[in-house]
Write a protein that binds this ligand. Structure first.
Ligand code: GRF
Length: 256
């Protein structure tokens, strides 16, 4: 039997969260709204977003965060890689960029959990070592599907595979793996009758019916409560019981 270590040990105080974004930041907002709801209910164990980091300083999510009063730190990745004349996927430069990001984040707080919420950069080894087993990511599709390839949107791939419904997934980010172990999946989101040209509508549906539910659930109701553990092989546990490969399946009741 492997030793299971909690991702976060609940201490009767809010868990400190850093959120990394590159875009509209709607998942950040969903996380924040659940935080506020739990705070107002007098809850002790939940995630408190203490800092937002972005590689796209002009993104909408950064504006949202500032308006909410959350400290925002940024390092423009496009400028950074232009200046050092390296491609953005250069692995050595990635480590330097990530080190600078860590320094900026930790000027504000040492996070208990890092959430990649639409962060459009791959984090490298240094980053994943610094926050070992504490980096959460979200994917707008079902990471257990074998048809997934890089570079094509999850929903498009699902449509091409003939799926009539899709799930989205919160997972633990692992080194050298595209997806780590699945933590939570949404209920199936109906896409029957929709086509590739309806992609904008599908994106909306996936966020609303899926991502905005599973991400706050995973952060505030599972991890911040100390319910999720990990063993030395990276397998996840809920209250000491192994989580299946597909992750915890969110039910209607969980998301209310
Ligand atoms: C989400 O669909 C997420 O799964 C993907 O990027 C999108 C981010 O949306 N990685 P937002 O910035 O939270 O609105």
């Amino acid at each position: 039997m492997y030793k299971v270590t909690p991702i976060y040990k609940s201490q009767n105080k809010p868990m400190s969260v850093a959120v990394l974004i590159s875009g509209t930041g709607t998942n950040l907002l969903a996380l924040y709204e659940e935080q506020k709801k739990l705070e107002s209910m007098g809850e002790k164990n939940y995630g408190r977003i203490e800092v937002v980091f972005t590689n796209v300083p002009s993104c909408k999510g950064a504006t949202t965060a500032k308006e909410l009063g959350i400290p925002v730190v940024s390092l423009n990745s496009k400028l950074y890689f232009d200046i050092i004349k390296r491609p953005p996927d250069d692995n050595t430069a990635r480590e330097f960029y990530d080190a600078a990001a860590i320094a900026l984040i930790e000027e504000i707080c040492i996070p208990d959990l890092v959430v990649l919420a639409g962060y459009r950069r791959r984090v490298g080894t240094l980053f994943l070592h610094r926050y070992r087993n504490r980096v959460l990511n979200i994917y707008p599709g079902d990471i257990t599907k074998s048809y997934l390839i890089r570079g094509v949107e999850a929903a498009i791939q699902a449509l091409r595979a003939g799926e009539s419904a899709i799930k989205c997934t919160v997972f633990l980010q692992k080194e050298n793996e595209r997806f780590g172990p699945a933590l939570v999946q949404s209920r199936p989101i109906d896409i029957s009758g929709l086509k590739e040209e309806d992609i904008e509508k599908i994106r909306e549906k996936v966020r609303k019916e899926g991502e905005w539910k599973i991400l706050p659930f995973a952060v505030h109701h599972l991890i911040a409560k100390g319910r999720i553990g990990v063993d030395q092989d990276g397998n996840l546990y809920l209250d000491g019981n192994r989580i299946p490969r597909e992750g915890i399946q969110l039910t209607e009741a969980d998301s209310n």
